[in-house]
Design a protein around this ligand. Structure first.
Ligand code: ADP
Length: 522
């Protein structure tokens, strides 16, 4: 609770406390098909990061008791849902997709209000949930297994997918509907029941998704929503003995806690965490195109994407030109409330984020191995007074081992690093602990393929920024970014289903594998 209070103050300041007594709309948990308050009857507020006086709503401050109730309801619903034929489950999900389409505009506006990113991007976030829903619902008529020859005569071998069981889904605030959908929809099509806890900064978008699930006709108990903080709500999910799988997206630090807790109780755990993504710009690149990619990758979502382009490794021959153009574009970006269609970059999520990002800017400034080329300030005057706005910030001449070039900042800050060859660029690019996304700008197909082959990341782009994943390709990263799983694509089915190998012996006699070797079938 202490952490909850702290977080309340963190996002809203004292004004938030005042507004708590005002008329903010009240939302509920969804457990066993009922919309309910938390067992303790406590609430937390969700404020607009562009204007913290604007309270988006109040949400149940859930505890272990609420998680227990949600898990119980998921348990009660499981047998019926897993026995519902997958094509029937998918039909409900197709209806969900239609509902999301009908509500796209409202959901986007509400997401901008609670999360800050500009309307075009929240539209993209909702669209990603729509795409994910239709694409994954299509799996209801596939969920392919395979057959394979058995080593004995008159014996049949095959492999099918079965649901994992009860799943706990813990999601972050930067893609408040897309990321929940990446987990929820495949979990459901595979026949699992779930308890989902959205980030405390963005519960409304997940509420909207779950409400749409109800409207689509997903049976009570199959999807359960519990809002609240990492402690106690998130931790209660992670530690719940009945939740066979925890799927988590968030910070590397929290991911480690989640992974340890899962290891402790032998739960399956899929993690999607940080990144320190890179764009390589070669001397033969279309520099204007590369600058556009860098601006989009570094400052889209105010740099708060796990795939953000936070490092730009640029060949010395185009370094000056590239940097000059990048700085011009960064300076010209219109920062403001994401609800204004003219805004190009919104606020960051909360006061903690401001603190962390400004801390990294200070670190960059203190070292003499980098130059603060533009930005670097928090904006606090006029329309910015009640929000969490930071200028688009570019450091140039950055040494690759500096902290700003190594650690995930998760804000509108990017580091330009000079290089004199492709080999050196690739070495710098791979020289971080993360391995999510990388890109190269070049007109030379040989260089593009060389970098594609050498970059040890889960995602790679040629002549395009580090952001912009599509739902039918696997998403995830190497090294400290994840723990070997992939979301999206059909690969996500390997998270949310388990393989069952089946042998059917119709020989009418005991046939011992590896022992009764049949030489030929004469
Ligand atoms: P960030 O620092 O970017 O907010 P987090 O990793 O803390 O990222 O948050 C991602 C999600 O993990 C959120 O839903 C948050 O509430 C949840 N969370 C935070 N701490 C814990 C924890 N100890 N156990 C489980 N979930 C947690």
């Amino acid at each position: 609770m202490a952490q909850a209070k702290k977080a309340l103050n963190r996002k809203n300041g004292r004004r938030g406390e005042r507004a708590l007594r005002g008329a903010a709309k009240t939302y509920h948990n969804y457990i066993g098909g009922q919309w309910v308050a938390s067992a303790g009857g406590e609430w937390f507020e969700n404020a607009n990061p562009a204007n913290t006086r604007d309270i988006v709503g109040r949400f149940p401050l859930s505890t272990a008791e609420d998680v227990d109730a949600a898990v119980e309801s998921a348990r009660n619903a499981f047998d019926r849902w897993r026995r519902t034929p997958a094509p029937r489950r998918a039909e409900i999900l197709f209806r969900l997709g239609e509902i999301l389409i009908r509500n796209k505009e409202r959901f986007s506006a509400e997401m901008t209000r609670e999360m800050g990113k500009v309307l075009k991007e929240t539209g993209g976030d909702v669209q990603e949930a729509i795409d994910c829903t239709f694409y994954t619902a299509g799996e209801g008529r596939r969920l392919h297994g395979f057959t394979t020859p058995a080593e004995m005569p008159d014996k049949f071998a095959m492999c099918v997918r079965q649901p994992v069981g009860l799943c706990g889904l813990i999601t972050p605030w930067n893609f408040p509907m897309a990321i929940p959908s990446w987990k929820l929809i495949p979990a459901l099509v595979c026949g699992n029941t779930v308890v989902i806890k959205p980030a405390e900064d963005t519960p409304l978008s997940t509420y909207n998704l779950v409400k749409a699930c109800e409207e689509a006709g997903i049976p009570p108990g199959v999807v359960n929503l519990v809002t609240g903080y990492g402690e106690p709500a998130g931790a209660s999910i992670t530690n719940h003995p009945a939740l066979r799988l925890i799927s988590f997206t968030g910070s590397t630090e929290t991911g480690r806690i989640v992974a340890s807790a899962c290891a402790e109780r032998n739960a399956i755990c899929s993690l999607e965490m940080g990144g320190k993504n890179v764009i390589i710009v070669m001397d033969d690149a279309d520099v204007d195109l590369a600058v556009e990619g860098a601006v989009w990758g570094a400052f889209g979502t105010s740099g708060q994407r796990c795939t953000a382009s936070s490092r730009l490794v640029v060949h010395k021959k185009v370094y000056k030109l590239f940097s000059k153009k990048l700085i011009e574009r960064a300076r010209g970006l219109k920062v403001g409330n994401g609800a204004d269609p003219k805004t190009e970059m919104g606020p960051v999520i909360n006061a903690d984020a401001v603190h962390k990002i400004m801390g990294y800017i200070e670190i960059g400034e203190r070292e003499d191995r980098a130059t603060l080329a533009c930005g670097g300030n928090r904006l606090t005057k006029g329309d910015y007074a009640n929000g969490y706005f930071i200028e688009p910030t570019v450091f140039t001449d950055v040494a690759p081992d500096m902290r700003i070039a190594q650690e995930e900042i998760f804000g509108p800050v990017t580091a330009v690093i000079p290089t004199d060859s492709l080999e050196d660029a690739v070495e710098i690019a791979n020289g971080v602990r993360y391995g999510l996304s990388a890109a190269i700008y070049t007109q030379d197909v040989n260089r593009a393929f060389h970098a594609m082959n050498e970059m040890y990341t889960g995602i790679f782009y040629v002549n395009s920024s580090t952001i912009g994943a599509e739902v039918h390709l696997p998403f995830g990263g190497t090294k400290a970014t994840g723990n070997g799983h992939r979301e999206a694509g059909t690969q996500v089915l390997d998270i949310f289903s388990e393989w069952k190998s089946i042998y059917v012996d119709y020989s009418g006699k005991l046939q011992r594998a590896q022992i009764d070797v049949v030489e030929s079938a004469d």
